[in-house]
Design a protein around this ligand. Structure first.
Ligand SMILES: Cc1cc2nc3c(=O)[nH]c(=O)nc-3n(C[C@H](O)[C@H](O)[C@H](O)COP(=O)(O)OP(=O)(O)OC[C@H]3O[C@@H](n4cnc5c(N)ncnc54)[C@H](O)[C@@H]3O)c2cc1C
Length: 428
């Protein structure tokens, strides 16, 4: 039976960040990944906001295989037959250091794993962890493919449906309302064509979110990110809608319909699909975070439920990187004391509370409740589309005055409903 100082389960961003921190300090760390290579099974939209994690990994960013830095932020309210879009750009988005980048996980995670191995961590791929080894109420290692692998501490970074933390008795299976399913295509296109279509120069990039008809008025939305020579296009839909608890939703069908929308088809014309992926996303927010530590175990990234969706930003990757980092830091302190009990590992919770990770999760804890209002996905895109249709219309006869045109849509009942919705939105 093999014994290691630390076993990390999962070579996603959380696992690789934890291994990085530990290997850098000479700790013997084994990373187990079920995919053929790190990033093979990992899905993101994806855009990474670098500012919150820049200083945690100072050597990383200059050489990282990031795609494009985002200079255009777009949002579209998509009604059935029309749409209303905003496009934001500002000098600060063009200034260095850049706030956010598009990323492709197949490339980024693989590269990060190489850096982690260069620091001395051992990475084994195509190894699925099936269970944890419990000894005297403490996690003492893992079972993988019939092998018993022991460790002083296990860090569960095995993603959103974390089997490891469940087997360790830390969390129970989640509720459908706490998850969404994301589906995505990477569509290759010439870099020059991307620049022309999205009004970009050099390595500038665009990010665009869509809400409304893209999910047929249900919870969720679409996304589009420009990469160097491809476009990441996809959508996210609430699992409770998909699971037949609400109106049934055919998610792959939604993506096909999204691609055929005139707003999208002209942007991806001539491209070919290089990648097709689907993945679950934690959507439960602060209230759905799992216990973060136990005797001999820490939980990081999606496995802990660290993701924040506030409609116009969707974030999980930097929480994964930062929580992995703080898990590594906690283990270093525990190692100094030779104590891997839950009491010693509780330092992890404190480090996260002092960081942006749990502060963001707390600040946006009302977001899942606010976003469960279906008027945001059904009513407002239609309302905005119809308002603009009437405002822009020029009939054969005289055109109606503007104010009565607005009031036709914004009745007293509608304004009262909007006031109530706004009171909810103000909680975010
Ligand atoms: C469609 C979609 C769009 C998203 N968009 C964005 C975005 O734009 N920006 C953003 O910041 N976040 C986004 N997210 C969220 C973000 O991708 C996640 O928060 C992030 O990937 C979490 O990283 P992680 O390391 O915790 O988990 P993962 O990246 O899921 O890594 C977990 C790893 O564990 C491995 N594993 C699992 N079980 C086992 C096992 N039993 N044994 C061995 N290995 C195992 C997996 O193969 C995987 O490599 C999006 C997610 C989706 C699905």
């Amino acid at each position: 039976m093999e014994k290691f100082e630390v076993i990390v389960v999962g070579a996603g961003l959380a696992g690789l960040a934890a291994a990085w921190k530990l290997a850098e300090k000479g700790v013997e760390v084994l990373v187990l990944e079920r995919g053929d290579y790190p990033g093979a099974k990992n899905v993101t939209g994806g855009r990474l906001y670098v500012n919150p994690v820049r200083d945690l990994f100072p050597d990383l960013w200059s050489a990282a295989p990031l795609e494009r830095y985002i200079v255009h932020e777009g949002a579209t309210l998509m009604a059935r037959d029309r749409s209303v879009a905003i496009d934001y750009s500002g000098d600060e988005l063009k200034a260095e250091p850049h706030q956010s980048y598009s990323v492709l996980r197949g490339k980024f995670d693989r590269w990060l794993a190489e850096q982690v191995e260069a620091k001395g961590a051992m990475l084994l791929t195509k190894v699925r962890v099936d269970d944890v080894i419990m000894e005297n109420g403490k996690v003492a290692g893992v079972l993988a493919g019939g092998d018993e692998l022991k460790a002083d501490v296990v860090i569960a970074c095995d993603g959103v449906l974390s089997l490891v933390s469940e087997k360790a008795g830390l969390r129970k299976p989640g509720l459908p309302k706490d998850y969404a399913v994301g589906i995505k295509e990477v569509i290759t296109l010439d870099a020059g064509v991307i620049n022309d279509r999205f009004r970009l120069e050099g390595n500038e990039g665009a990010a665009h979110l869509f809400v409304g008809d893209v999910t047929k008025g249900c919870f969720g939305g679409g996304f589009l990110y420009t990469n160097k020579d491809s476009i990441s296009l996809g959508l996210v839909a609430g699992i409770h809608e998909y699971a037949g608890i609400g109106p049934s939703t055919d998610v792959p069908g939604l993506l096909e319909a999204f691609k055929k929308r005139p707003e999208i088809s002209s942007l991806i014309r001539g491209g070919s699909t290089a990648e097709y992926a689907a993945h679950v996303i934690p959507e439960g927010g602060f209230r759905a975070i799992s216990p973060l530590y136990g005797n001999g175990i820490l939980v990081a990234g999606d496995a802990a439920g660290f993701a924040v969706n506030i409609g116009f930003t969707v974030r999980g990757m930097e929480y994964a990187l930062a929580s992995g980092y703080y898990a590594g830091e906690t283990v270093l302190k525990s190692k100094e004391k030779g104590d891997f009990s839950a009491a010693a590992l509780s330092l992890y919770q404190r480090l996260l509370e002092e960081s942006f990770v749990l502060q963001d999760m707390k600040n946006f804890q009302e977001a899942p409740g606010v976003l469960s209002n279906e008027r945001l996905f059904k009513h407002y895109p239609e309302l905005a589309g119809n308002l603009l249709k009437d405002i822009y219309a020029v009939p054969a006869g005289p055109k109606g005055r503007l104010y009565p045109t607005l009031r036709k849509a914004l009745t007293l009942g509608e304004m009262w409903a909007q006031f109530k919705d706004m009171r909810e939105v103000m909680k975010i």
